[in-house]
Write a protein of this length. Structure first.
Length: 344
């Protein structure tokens, strides 16, 4: 987790966030932040929160948030004062996108396995993610992965996942998500009822995943905060969904399914990612490690074979050229044909 994942100096990122905070504080209350400006701000916050460490940052200390994430949370705390109506869905969707503890745990495990087997992969992964902070600024926040349907148990697929480690959630720690839970629940309760109905499923899914950590990491306070927040969101969101249904509007299709899945995961521990379970997870990681180790050695053998056969191929080419020099040239062939014609 201490690998740098952005080339931007810490001072530049801190100054950028302080500037964004000042601009938002001055213009948000006056209506100067339209939806486009708000989406751009949220894009910056999402990218910076997911890539908070650089080569000049202090090594992360357990229990202490990186400075960049602290500044992101300070700006998010200002949203309680003023959010334009058009920006409510973007704000709630961005915060709900941060609540992905399963994906974060999986990516950290994959990064650990990859770094142990391939010492250079840590540097490669960090270099590969250097450009992601800029490419993600204007991109929409991707929804959390549906682990109930995406986990296949195929060893080869797991190895391929480990070989190409994704790092978009590695630095989203449980401590950071706990802070996000408080902001998300508060903002959701103040959102217009139409927005609460439309975003009910996305918010419930994120909170339900965090609450399900009681089965994987019961010592973490995140699941307790998420469970309390889930009850608050249900109390504020279900009436909005019912209003939309009673008024013959189209209710969110996945609202009831995601609510049921959240309760099943939290209360019963159903549909948890197998790779994160103690016994199945250890076996899955072992199979993935073996596949990655085998794939690495295959690549090494292919490179060695290519290096060994290159001189032979070059020698064959030279040999062919020598033999080709004894072959009759086009000019000689033409002269011989003309001589045969004259003789005839």
């Amino acid at each position: 987790m201490a690998l740098p994942n952005t080339p931007v100096p810490l001072q530049a990122r801190s100054e950028l966030l302080n500037g964004l905070s000042a601009v938002y504080a001055c213009h948000a209350s006056e209506g100067g932040f339209d939806q486009a400006a708000m989406q751009m701000l949220l894009g910056w916050l999402d990218a910076l929160a997911r890539h908070p460490t650089g080569t000049d940052d202090v090594t992360p200390v357990p229990g202490v948030l990186p400075q960049v994430q602290k500044l992101v949370l300070q700006i998010i705390s200002q949203f309680n004062g003023a959010v334009i109506p058009q920006a409510w869905p973007d704000v709630l969707r961005t915060l709900a996108g941060f609540l992905c503890p399963f994906r974060a745990m999986q990516q950290r495990q994959q990064q650990e396995v990859s770094s142990q087997l391939l010492p250079a992969s840590g540097t490669a992964a960090a270099a590969a993610s250097n450009g992601s902070i800029c490419s993600n600024i204007s991109a929409a926040v991707a929804p959390a992965a549906d682990h109930r349907s995406s986990v296949s148990g195929n060893a080869q697929a797991e190895a391929n996942t480990v070989a190409a480690v994704s790092s978009d959630a590695v630095m989203l720690t449980n401590q950071y998500m706990g802070k996000i839970v408080g902001h998300l629940v508060s903002l959701y309760s103040h959102a217009p009822w139409q927005v609460r109905a439309a975003l009910f499923g996305a918010v419930v899914e994120g909170l339900g995943e965090c609450a399900a950590l009681r089965h994987l990491a019961p010592e973490e306070p995140l699941w307790q905060a998420a469970a309390v927040g889930l009850v608050s969101v249900i109390n504020a969101g279900l009436p909005a969904v019912n209003i939309m249904f009673v008024n013959h509007h189209q209710p969110p299709e996945n609202a009831w399914r995601l609510l049921a899945a959240a309760f099943e995961a939290f209360l019963l521990g159903w549909s948890l990612p197998p790779i994160l379970l103690p016994q199945q997870g250890a076996a899955s990681r072992a199979r993935a490690a073996q596949q990655l180790h085998h794939h690495y050695h295959q690549q090494q053998q292919q490179r060695q074979h290519t290096a060994d056969t290159a001189p032979v191929r070059a020698g064959n080419s030279r040999h062919k050229s020598k033999r080709g020099s004894a072959v009759e040239s086009p000019t000689e062939t033409e002269s011989r044909l003309q001589a045969n014609v004259l003789d005839s």
